[in-house]
Design a binder for this molecule. Structure first.
Ligand code: BES
Ligand code: ZN
Length: 938
């Protein structure tokens, strides 16, 4: 034995030096082999909590594309291979196998490669079968094949389950595979487990057979999958209960959760099949699998994961308890299901070729979900509100130097994870919506249908999408001849940022001139621009507009295009007599915000707009555009493009505004200012009797303050609005907000069984808990902590975690920070950032959270198992609030001392620093002007 191993070892050395295997130092697998089919068998051990582990074997059928003398595939470093059990076979046409020698095996930890060095060259068009045995223990993370647990309420015992999370690159940590999205193959999956568990996977069960040699164990064998990417493979062993949806459709739909929570799955089980049916009609392509399972996983790092046929969710994303959850929670459940089901087409049927085009998955799922929600639950106005929300988040986050293009080159696996950000999701969705608007609905649907059919069971990149849409556009003649989809869209996907459009009207000639340049939060700061020289940035911008006399805000199609020349430089545009707007009539660009850009007008036009906003007929301007005007004006003033005097004039109209989105825009910007002003002696002007009191008073009354009865406005579309306004009123201690909150809380505090009956109105709970703790004492905090420990509704638990961060008692905050990061804490890892963010947001909490993070970083690194991406996300929660040179200095020093964080979460760290810089900059350059204007006004 020893000598064979020794000789193997020697030949291994020999191979390395002769063929230089170690020099295969590339982040992509070689294109010499194509996996066709996997036979995967996994045995899962959940019986002994100290030895949670799995073992398995995989047989991969390979087709040779180019001659090769080695086989390179992925296997994560924690996966151990059973020595001498890796074998390669030649397979002839009749399926007969002949063994082929493997000279040596090598592992490359940088790229997770498992390399077999062969004694012969594999010939093209031949088939081989690679057989590998492996085992691993379940680690503590939430990726790959991992174990989760929950407390069974009847027995009070901890129960274990196992589940996979493979996206973006964790399939390799569960079994050896070709773990890139373009290597699609079919899978036969078999799971071995004790009889008392259920086994689930992408496909329906084909049969169950008792395991020989193991009493009370069985093999669950699943049907073969369709060709699919490895990151979409999923399996789970659990003791959950299943809820089968009432079945009007051909697809069997089941929702799974721990038995005591299955009642909370009713809504998910009802809305799921309806959404699926809607997509089948919309895409005109049937869902190709016989079933969908939805699985609620107690420990889950993302919100949900679209594995083909077995969609996994975190509990809070799937559960809805009518008696405890809010209407906003319900909408969130519908939205996340709509998103994951949309992936069954965009992502699963057609997959991006490589991670740089992740937006083809996530942007589409996000956009298509808003269409699905609108169709099924129109009362939520999801299409308009989510579109606007996405737009505003894009406009406010894509204006930093640290942003990136939608389509971004990525190589190392740590970079894949960084792609799951608002640029991919929200900017992706925003530019798809823009396209939808400029090519029209018929062309859009036709183009997508063609794209999905052309690339079904295969992969695509963005050029493939442009091609399908262009074809449709030509067919329907819905796009100007002098443009093509790719030329336009490349300027939006390959370039970072977005333009600021400047409009100058010549009132005597009745013309407008339109220019573009990139918009940045640093604004007119020349020193920043020198380092980041963007001379050539130019976008093809669809320009729609409305005027006072032609206030048609449904005409979203472009009237003109702002274009770029062949060098990529912008071409200024002059438009004659737009819509016959007379000199005393306003003009507004970008009807319903169809494209992501900001607009600055000449002062006269701004004043015309303000006059209408302040008059009685401000509703002639579309709600979305009212939100746009506020958002643009505040953003332009933030960086010096527009004086605060004008912006504050405009903002004052909001006292008559009843719609949610304009308020949301205003308060998001004011929150950023509030965070800085709070730390300044000028804060008094912001304070109650003055500015905010005046702005908020009418809307607080209109929405009925903290009332929820008949006179309090509770219709669905008021709920988010009411929460927002009350949050501010209580935070600034205005009106009777705090008093009401304290009363509600007190009623709960003294009730006999607070875990059974909660008198606080469901839709106001976040505000009430936070306000009560903000001014409450330790016993109030302890009471809520107790409720957290006893709560069974996931959304309620998350809500409480956030509220616990609202306390302003220093030693209680310190204690809470300790609890959050404690190894044995009852707070799951997935919820840490939520609780931490809540502390960082509060006035007293911010410095404590900051110090805690910086002083205990090595401890945090441990508790996050070196997941630097999550750590960087915590850092981001802090830096949002940094605006003093002192705190900024501390931040820089901290980052300089933590090179690993910098290296593994580069973009997030850069963004974090820039957020603080931008605050600092505002404080130095704009705060005085802002304060002066406020003083003049109030
Ligand atoms: N594909 C993602 C899940 C994911 C996220 C995998 C990050 C790996 C890394 C899934 O479709 C998704 O986008 N989930 C969202 C929810 C959605 C409603 C925006 C999430 O998890 O936040
Ligand atoms: Zn997604």
């Amino acid at each position: 034995m020893f000598s064979t191993e020794m000789s193997l070892f020697l030949s291994y050395i020999l191979v390395i030096s002769t063929f230089g295997q170690a020099s295969y130092d590339h982040y992509r697998l070689p294109q010499t082999l194509q996996p066709q089919h996997y036979n995967l068998r996994i045995l899962t051990h959940l019986e002994d909590e100290d030895r949670l582990s799995f073992s398995g074997e995989v047989e991969i059928e390979l087709r040779v594309l180019q001659p090769t003398s080695n086989i390179t595939l992925h296997a994560g470093s924690r996966l151990q291979m059973t020595s001498n059990r890796t074998n390669l076979y030649y397979m002839d046409e009749n399926g007969n196998k002949k063994k082929i020698g493997v000279r040596a095996v090598e592992r490359n930890s940088k790229y997770d490669y498992y390399i077999l060095v062969l004694g012969k060259v594999l010939e093209p068009r031949q088939n081989y079968a690679l057989y590998i045995q492996f085992f691993a223990s379940f680690g503590g993370g939430m990726s790959g094949y991992y174990a989760s647990s929950y407390k069974d309420q009847n027995s009070n015992k901890t129960r274990y389950l196992s589940v996979t999370q493979f996206e973006p690159a964790y399939a390799r940590t569960a079994f050896p595979c070709f773990d890139e999205p373009a290597f699609k193959a079919t899978f036969n999956i078999t799971l071995g487990h004790p009889t008392k568990y259920v086994a689930l996977s992408n496909m329906p069960i084909s049969k169950k057979i008792p395991m020989s040699g193991r009493k009370n164990w069985l093999w669950t064998i699943f049907e073969q999958t369709l060709p699919m990417s490895s990151y979409l493979v999923c399996y789970s062993v659990n003791d959950f209960a299943g809820l089968t949806s009432r079945n009007d459709f051909s697809v069997e739909f089941t929702t799974w959760a721990r038995a005591s929570a299955i009642a909370q799955c009713k809504y998910a089980a009802e809305i799921g099949p309806r959404l699926l049916d809607h997509y089948e009609r919309m895409f005109e392509i049937d869902y190709p699998l016989p079933k969908v399972d939805q699985l609620a996983v107690p420990d889950f790092s993302a919100g949900a994961m679209e594995n083909w046929g077995l969609i996994t969710y975190r509990e809070a994303a799937l559960f809805y308890a009518p008696e405890a959850s809010s209407e906003v929670d319900k909408q969130r459940v519908a939205n996340i299901i709509a998103h994951e089901l949309a992936h069954q087409w965009f992502g699963n049927l057609v997959t991006m070729k490589w991670w740089n085009d992740l937006w083809l998955n996530e942007g589409f799922a996000t956009y298509v979900a808003t269409l699905g929600m609108q169709k099924l639950c129109s009362k939520w106005h999801a299409y308009a509100e989510e579109s606007l929300e996405n737009m505003m988040i894009v406009l406010n986050s894509d204006a930093y130097y640290s942003t990136r293009a939608v389509s971004q080159t990525v190589s190392r696996a740590s970079q894949f994870a960084e792609q799951f950000d608002p640029i991919t999701y929200r900017k992706g969705a925003v530019i798809i919506r823009m396209m939808h608007m400029f090519i029209g609905d018929t062309t859009f649907r036709n183009g997508l249908n063609c794209y999905l059919k052309r690339h079904a069971y295969s992969n695509a990149d963005q050029s493939d999408l442009w091609r399908s849409l262009s074809d449709a556009a030509h067919k329907f003649g819905s796009f100007p001849k002098y443009l093509d989809v790719q030329t336009v869209m490349d300027t939006w996907t390959l370039q970072a940022g977005y333009p600021l459009i400047t409009v100058h009207r010549d009132y005597s000639r009745n013309t407008i001139s339109i220019n573009q340049r990139r918009f940045l939060m640093h604004g007119l700061d020349k020193t920043m621009e020198k380092d980041n020289f963007f001379s050539k940035e130019c976008w093809f911008v669809p320009i729609s507009y409305a005027s006072r006399s032609m206030a048609n805000f449904t005409a979203t199609e472009p009237r003109v295009w702002l274009q770029c020349d062949s060098q990529g430089k912008d071409i200024p545009l002059e438009v004659q007599s737009p819509l016959g707007a007379k000199e005393d009539q306003w003009l507004i660009l970008n009807v319903q915000l169809t494209a992501p850009f900001r607009v600055n007008y000449d002062t006269i036009n701004w004043k015309l707009i303000i006059k209408t906003l302040q008059g009685g007929d401000f509703r002639r301007i579309h709600t979305m555009n009212r939100a746009q005007l506020i958002d643009d004006a505040l953003a332009l003033s933030w960086n010096g493009y527009l004086c605060y005097k004008l912006t504050l004039d405009l903002l004052r109209y909001i006292k008559q505004e009843h719609a949610y989105m304009p308020w949301r825009a205003a308060l998001d910007h004011l929150a950023a200012i509030y965070r800085i002003m709070k730390q300044s002696p000028d804060f008094a002007v912001f304070q109650p009797q003055h500015f905010m009191n005046d702005l908020l008073s009418p809307i607080y009354d209109y929405l009925g303050g903290m009332e929820t009865e008949a006179n309090g406005r509770c219709r669905h579309h008021h709920i988010a609005h009411k929460t927002l306004i009350n949050q501010w009123a209580c935070r600034l201690a205005l009106y009777d907000c705090v008093e009401c909150a304290v009363q509600y809380y007190h009623r709960w505090f003294i009730s006999n069984d607070p875990d059974l009956a909660n008198p606080v109105p469901q839709n106001l709970r976040s505000v009430v808990y936070c306000a009560a703790l903000r001014q409450g004492d330790e016993s109030d905090w302890n009471f809520l902590w107790q409720r957290y420990s006893n709560a069974t509704v996931a959304s309620e638990r998350r809500l409480i975690l956030q509220a616990l961060g609202c306390t302003q008692i220093e030693f209680v905050i310190r204690r809470y920070l300790k609890i959050i990061f404690d190894e044995n804490s009852s707070i799951r890892k997935q919820d840490i950032s939520l609780a931490f963010g809540a502390i960082a947001r509060s006035d007293i909490g911010f410095p404590l959270a900051k110090d805690y993070f910086m002083n205990n970083f090595s401890l945090l690194t441990k508790s996050f198992e070196s997941n630097y991406r999550e750590l960087a996300a915590l850092l981001l929660q802090i830096t949002r609030h940094i605006s003093s040179p002192h705190d900024y200095g501390a931040l820089k020093m901290f980052i300089d001392c933590h090179k690993k964080l910098q290296k593994l979460a580069t973009r997030t760290v850069r963004h974090a620093v820039e957020l603080a810089q931008v605050n600092l900059h505002w404080r130095q350059k704009q705060q005085a002007q802002f304060t002066r204007c406020l003083k003049d006004h109030y």
